[in-house]
Design a protein around this ligand. Structure first.
Ligand SMILES: NC(=O)c1ccc[n+]([C@@H]2O[C@H](COP(=O)([O-])OP(=O)(O)OC[C@H]3O[C@@H](n4cnc5c(N)ncnc54)[C@H](OP(=O)(O)O)[C@@H]3O)[C@@H](O)[C@H]2O)c1
Length: 305
């Protein structure tokens, strides 16, 4: 069985990846602060900012594939501790990418649509990034250094949603939790993006590996929608009361950080390379609903005990 190493196996992306792949691959997921006592895969506790931690992890687990999901993914946390953000979001992927290249281990680096400033939208890989906060800056630096040290790596700019360990990590869970408890919520009508369900995204990344793709790709749905529309589509899929969402401008909300209005991605390069249609928002929301009915969501949350 092939061995998959997931630095950041307790996060939104990493835990979904581990839950999807254990059974067909031997999965090693790292955690830092979380404990996953009921994980059906091998868990290793590690602070990956510590000297030698990455080398030890790779030597011990001898992976056939590494997908790095460890990061400081919160905008506020990156502003609060810019040095840690640089360590986790730039230096760590650079180190893993370098070791993966030296050992010829396929490597996927997860980047973000937030490398753009959101003034234009429908961004292609050839468009010039312009990060507007520390999170985005550290992610862009990582793209550059990962590309320099590992020409075989896949660098995927993404935006995604899905079920998480805490039940409140993802935007879909924000909407879902409010609908379930009948509470009113705001939905931004002027923030646009192209979100893909994390499990659909994982399927696409594995198709990219099968096709031996490498380099920079935008990996998202081929659609543009506002966060408000996303909430409405979720309500329609699950049969919730859509009127509970208040359509508002993000400029009227008291947000701590300035937002990028249009982070939609052009996925022409990926579609041409894969030659198959990409999952849609409707596909993703249907699968999200199915995962709440077939026990996937419950199994994922139960991993934490
Ligand atoms: N979430 C999104 O919407 C989004 C959008 C675009 C791109 N991305 C990118 O996708 C990737 C995954 O994001 P995510 O949302 O899944 O992140 P997340 O839920 O915040 O998970 C982050 C992971 O990093 C681990 N970690 C944090 N500090 C660590 C340290 N010092 N040593 C080792 N591990 C550490 C965490 O472990 P513990 O929890 O155990 O402490 C957790 O497993 C990131 O590269 C992010 O930039 C995310």
């Amino acid at each position: 069985m092939k061995r998959l190493l997931i630095p950041g196996g307790s996060g939104l992306f990493g835990l979904n990846l581990a839950m999807m792949k254990h059974g067909s691959m031997e999965v090693f997921g790292t955690v830092h602060n979380q404990i996953l006592p009921h994980a059906p895969f091998t868990v290793r506790q590690s602070d990956l900012t510590q000297m030698g931690a990455v080398s030890r992890l790779i030597e011990d687990t001898k992976p056939d594939l590494i997908i790095n999901c460890a990061a400081v993914a919160s905008l506020d946390a990156c502003e609060h501790d810019p040095g840690l953000a640089e360590q986790l979001n730039t230096q760590l992927p650079a180190e893993i990418a370098q070791k993966a290249a030296a050992l010829s281990i396929p490597f996927i680096h997860l980047s973000t649509d937030a490398v753009f400033d959101g003034q234009k939208g429908n961004y292609a890989e050839s468009d010039l990034p312009n990060p507007i906060n520390q999170y985005a800056r550290t992610k862009l630096w990582a793209e550059q250094v990962v590309g320099e040290v590992n020409a075989e790596a896949i660098i995927a700019r993404i935006n995604f949603y899905g079920w998480s360990l805490s039940g409140k990590r993802s935007l879909c869970e924000f909407f879902y939790n409010h609908f379930r408890s009948g509470k009113r919520m705001n939905g931004f009508i002027d923030l646009f993006y192209s979100p893909m369900l994390v499990c659909d995204l994982i399927d696409v990344l594995f198709q990219m590996l099968e096709k031996n793709l490498h380099g920079l790709y935008h990996v998202s749905v081929d659609e543009a929608l506002s966060k408000y529309e996303f909430g409405c589509r979720l309500a329609q899929t699950f049969g919730f009361e859509q009127g509970l969402i208040e359509p508002v401008s993000w400029k009227e909300a008291a947000l701590s950080a300035v937002r990028s209005p249009d982070l939609t991605l052009d996925v022409s390069k990926l579609k041409a390379a894969l030659g198959t249609p990409l999952p849609t928002v409707a596909d993703g929301l249907e699968r999200l609903k199915q995962q709440s009915q077939d026990g996937y969501r419950q199994r994922l949350m139960a991993v934490g005990g």
